[in-house]
Ligand binder design. Structure first.
Ligand SMILES: C[S@@+](CC[C@H](N)C(=O)[O-])C[C@H]1O[C@@H](n2cnc3c(N)ncnc32)[C@H](O)[C@@H]1O
Length: 86
């Protein structure tokens, strides 16, 4: 989503920096054992990228658009029923 303030272009930097910091403190934990909290989720690209790594996600934003987009990005990961889209 093209949106001023989106951190899309910073995702690689954010992932590397956060994972490097985590490695200093959580040597034995894997992403599936941790929760990533995105308190100003916006377009959901940041928490969406951490979900792909296996983290459980808590997302928050005051805007309804963000709720809709982010709910899709972090919850809509089941298989599509082909009869619904035909
Ligand atoms: C810079 S944007 C977040 C960008 C997001 N990380 C992304 O990559 O799309 C800041 C977000 O903070 C939200 N926000 C501002 N004040 C807030 C508040 N008091 N509570 C919750 N969300 C708030 C805005 O709605 C906006 O989506």
């Amino acid at each position: 989503m093209n949106y001023i303030g989106s951190k899309y272009s910073l995702i690689d930097f954010l992932e590397k920096s956060i994972n490097k910091t985590l490695s200093l403190y959580n040597e034995t934990k894997v992403p599936s054992e941790m929760v990533f909290a995105d308190l100003f989720a916006g377009t959901g690209v940041v928490c969406g990228s951490f979900k792909k790594q296996g983290y459980s996600i808590i997302a928050n934003d005051i805007q309804y658009y963000s709720y809709v987009i982010t709910k899709h990005m972090i919850e809509n990961d089941g298989n599509l029923d082909k009869y619904i889209i035909m």
